[in-house]
Design a binder for this molecule. Structure first.
Ligand SMILES: CC(C)(COP(=O)(O)OP(=O)(O)OC[C@H]1O[C@@H](n2cnc3c(N)ncnc32)[C@H](O)[C@@H]1OP(=O)(O)O)[C@@H](O)C(=O)NCCC(=O)NCCS
Length: 461
């Protein structure tokens, strides 16, 4: 039997394997060959074993639960929710390094964890923050492009387009054209991924400033600040509470295993050896859909609409609230922020945001309404009888927190999700390159094929 892949062996408080701590790239260079070898053996020894099947209902039904993808960075259990390399959100909050005086994990730490499977030390995360700061800075054509976009172009369209405009500097494309060997593809993909992650806060903040305020960035990247704090300052915030919220937000939205639309799209496009810019931009076009990342924008509009109907600051009975929720359902609309394709309980990403709110804004009227919705909606959705999961997902909470701190532009929220999602999907892309995963090409069938197949099967019986 093969030994299990090591997870989290390099803890801040545990054994130190090195006197001089390796950087992210050095550490990956040390561990990736062993992991690649391990997977090769796994495939050689057990490649013919069946891990899942696909029914006709699944083929028509968005391939729900079909086990046909390998993603190392995180895993989603329907009952327990997400774990990042084996760590739950509370464990990440406890174990990942924090900013001085802060309580929430630094997103640089989750990036390290997702890429390596190890908890980084504080100094490793600090170095990574500095490295990202060094890689920041937008080319003039990207700045000019964002400023020239019409104000009513959705921020997600601006975001994806700006990412694509960075593609001309892809180091992977250069290495590929120079004939780099396959087993080194991951190195230039890591370079592209870090360059892109470093530039995303500037892209996102410039979109924000330009779209809503016709302004330039109010802050230039400071190498002594973490990635998230630089981002909040570029968004124009100077609030330690908001800094903490964004560190948590950018950490918990980073990854949700490999089958969700943004992760799967990034992986699929990357499997054609399209570089990190093409792959991530494609993933962001998927995140922009209302059934995926756009739900956070929809949730807030829906919640504020409810608040309007109730009257701001006024209390509402659970019965009346349920009636209002039914109105939308009876009109054929979904309750945004509830339900999930995989999860069958309250999303732990929702719970962590709720805990943040209980700590920092317990008396906020909108939070109180969100709490009451949390109490009322699962019962309504259960009676409605359609959704397989009547509980809230990640998007049901974030808008209320962002509103509280003054980030009020709803249609911008998915961009924040996108900045965070880069950490997960780009880590997945680097690992896919290290394993030299082939181009993705599942087999599609026609309804005629299915009919003939079903007929043949019934003739056998
Ligand atoms: C997330 C979501 C897209 C998952 O879709 P799914 O895997 O197809 O979910 P289910 O299998 O439970 O859907 C079965 C039925 O319940 C309905 N349903 C699911 N969630 C619902 C909700 N929140 N409100 C009303 N109906 C819902 C579906 O629309 C579907 O109806 P249909 O048979 O008429 O097409 C879905 O729950 C949804 O639309 N939620 C609201 C949007 C949202 O919050 N998205 C963010 C996800 S992180």
């Amino acid at each position: 039997m093969l030994p299990k892949l090591a997870q989290n062996t390099y803890k801040t408080s545990g054994l130190r394997y090195y006197t001089t701590e390796p950087t992210l790239k050095e550490r990956l260079t040390q561990i990736l060959p062993g992991q690649v070898e391990h997977v090769k053996k796994l495939k050689a020894q057990h490649g013919d074993k069946i891990v899942g099947t696909c029914t006709i209902a699944q083929a028509y039904g968005g391939m729900r639960s079909v086990k046909a993808l390998v993603t190392e960075t995180s895993s989603l259990d329907p009952e327990e929710g997400i774990t990042f390399r084996g760590l739950t959100i509370p464990q990440c909050q406890e174990q990942l390094p924090k900013a001085p005086g802060g309580n929430e994990p630094l997103p640089e730490g989750i990036l390290w964890l997702l890429l390596t499977g190890e908890v980084p030390t504080e100094s490793q995360v600090k170095e990574l923050s500095k490295d990202l700061a060094k890689r920041s800075g937008l080319p003039t054509h990207v700045k000019a492009m964002i400023k020239a976009f019409p104000k009513d172009l959705h921020p997600m369209s601006q975001f994806a387009a700006a990412v694509l405009a960075l593609q001309k500097d892809s180091k992977f494309v250069k290495a590929y054209n120079d004939g780099v060997k396959k087993d080194k593809y991951w190195e230039s993909t890591l370079e592209d991924s870090l360059d892109l992650i470093a530039k995303l806060p500037e892209i996102a903040a410039l979109i924000y400033q330009s779209t809503y305020y016709s302004k330039d960035l109010p802050h230039t990247i400071d190498a002594n600040l973490d990635w998230s704090a630089n981002f909040t300052k570029m968004l124009g915030f100077n609030d330690k509470g908001f800094d903490e919220l964004m560190r948590l937000y950018l950490t918990i939205h980073s990854d949700h295993e490999g089958g969700n639309v943004s992760a799967h799209t990034t992986h699929l496009v990357g499997s054609a050896l399209s570089d990190a810019y093409y792959s991530f931009a494609a993933g962001m076009c998927g995140l922009a859909g209302p059934l995926h990342g756009l739900a956070n924008q929809e949730v807030l509009s829906w919640t504020l609409d409810l608040q309007n109907k109730i009257g701001e600051g006024k209390e509402v009975s659970d019965e009346k609230l349920a009636e209002l929720v039914w109105e939308g359902l009876n009109a054929g609309r979904v309750v945004p922020g509830f339900g999930h394709a995989v999860l069958r309980k309250t999303d732990p990403r929702y719970t962590s945001q709720r805990e943040f709110a209980l700590k920092h804004l317990p008396n906020d009227p909108l939070f109180k309404l969100v709490s009451q919705i949390f109490k009322v909606v699962p019962d309504v959705l259960t009676k409605h009888g359609k959704t397989k999961n009547p509980y809230p997902n990640v998007d049901a909470h974030s808008g209320c927190l962002l509103q509280y701190y003054g980030l009020k532009e709803h249609n911008y929220y998915t961009v924040l999700f996108g900045v965070s999602r880069a950490l997960g999907v780009l880590a997945q892309l680097v690992i896919s390159r290290a394993h030299q995963l082939p181009i993705e090409r599942p087999k599609s069938i026609t309804s005629l094929w299915i009919e003939e197949f079903v007929n043949k099967e019934s003739n056998k019986n």
